[in-house]
Design a protein around this ligand. Structure first.
Ligand code: COA
Length: 330
């Protein structure tokens, strides 16, 4: 069974309410109907009811039975505005700002998730990553005990001898541009957690660099080494090693040669990139040149919210909503 089949099965077993703030966007409307028909989640479409219905009509989508909610007219809005004001007043938000923002479907959706009126949120077919992330960081915030939000890609590659039957987790490829050693350590621990929760795998985490175990001396490699030491203190039970080069992490013979005795080298299934540039380029290389399937999730948020690419397909939205539902189920 491949990773997405497994995610669909899990989502069906524990159906969650997933809010879609870009409710009048045609791909989103079609995805909501599939989520309903496949029993993957109970979707909630946010936005003007007229526009959502017009979008459904244009795409020939039956949205009967799907919750449609207009934040501007919702009776919950004033309660959400109050909650938003309480959360952000120390940062200079006024009650008037909060009232206005609570009519914005993105903010309203985040507040629904925060107030537990929905289990998770999926957005990004229209909004940029930053436009989706900022309200998530401000309203949902981090899980207790987690210092930063980051992302993981579930990477399903053609080479079944790599990772766990071809499946690997790459991080961080979306959120933190220049992590400190402490932040990189948190990314590693959060990614191991994602590997367990979403992929059912026993994580073996490689902290990637251009150096293996001190083979090159440079402050950038030192940072990765330090991040590994911090991560081991944060999660002593975790199989985690580095700094190491990518071939040391993945190729058995190179791992044995360059990092003998390591319980990660040569069989890593979680790859931690040193910064966002290398992570983002790395996943696109395996996707575009290697033909791997890649699915992104945010990790470290108190409740799950996930971002799409603006070029996403209907099935990307369905799969991301299913992943969000599984994250919501723990
Ligand atoms: C994540 C991101 C949107 C934060 O945006 P920003 O404008 O720098 O936001 P700020 O630094 O003002 O932070 C906003 C709030 O989020 C918090 N925050 C920022 N990054 C955070 C993180 N990774 N985890 C947790 N909280 C974070 C800040 O502490 C701040 O909280 P506060 O307002 O309560 O004090 C920004 O880092 C970003 O754009 N990352 C790259 C995203 C991207 O374009 N990726 C493209 C690849 S697909």
């Amino acid at each position: 069974m491949d990773v997405i089949e497994r995610i669909w099965e899990k989502a069906r077993q524990n159906k969650k309410r997933i809010v879609l703030p870009e409710g009048d966007e045609p791909r989103t409307v079609q995805a909501a109907a599939i989520l309903r028909d496949e029993g993957l989640a109970d979707p909630v479409l946010l936005g003007s009811e007229d526009r959502i219905r017009a979008s459904a009509e244009r795409t020939g989508t039956d949205i009967s039975g799907i919750a449609v909610l207009d934040p501007a007219r919702s009776p919950e809005r004033s309660g959400y505005a109050e909650a938003l004001y309480e959360l952000r007043k120390a940062k200079g938000m006024t009650p008037e700002d909060a009232e206005a923002l609570s009519a914005d479907p993105m903010y309203y959706g985040m507040l629904m998730v925060r107030q537990e009126d929905a289990d998770g949120l999926v957005s990004g077919a229209v909004h940029t990553t930053g436009d989706m992330l900022r309200p998530a960081l401000q309203i949902i915030k981090t899980k207790p005990g987690v210092s930063i939000v980051s992302s993981s890609f579930l990477v399903n590659c053609q080479r079944r001898d790599l990772g766990q039957d071809g499946l690997m987790v790459f991080a961080d490829c979306v959120v933190v541009p220049c992590p400190t050693a402490e932040e990189l350590a948190q990314i590693a621990v959060s990614s191991a957690d994602t590997a367990r929760t979403l992929c059912g795998m026993e994580p073996r985490v490689a902290m990637l660099s251009f150096s293996t175990k001190g083979s090159a001396r440079h402050p950038l490699a030192d940072k990765v080494r330090l991040a590994g030491e911090i991560a081991r203190k944060m999660a002593p039970e975790l199989k985690l090693d580095g700094e190491m080069q990518l071939d040391t992490a993945l190729v058995k013979e190179v791992g044995m040669l360059k990092a003998p005795g390591s319980d990660v080298a040569g069989r890593a299934n979680v790859l931690i990139f040193p910064d966002l540039q290398s992570g983002n380029i790395g996943y696109k290389l395996v996707q575009r040149i290697g033909g791997a399937e890649c699915f992104a999730v945010l990790q470290g948020l108190a409740r799950p919210c996930n971002d799409l690419s603006r070029g996403c397909s209907v099935s990307d939205i369905v799969n991301t909503a299913a992943l969000t539902a599984v994250q919501a189920g723990g």
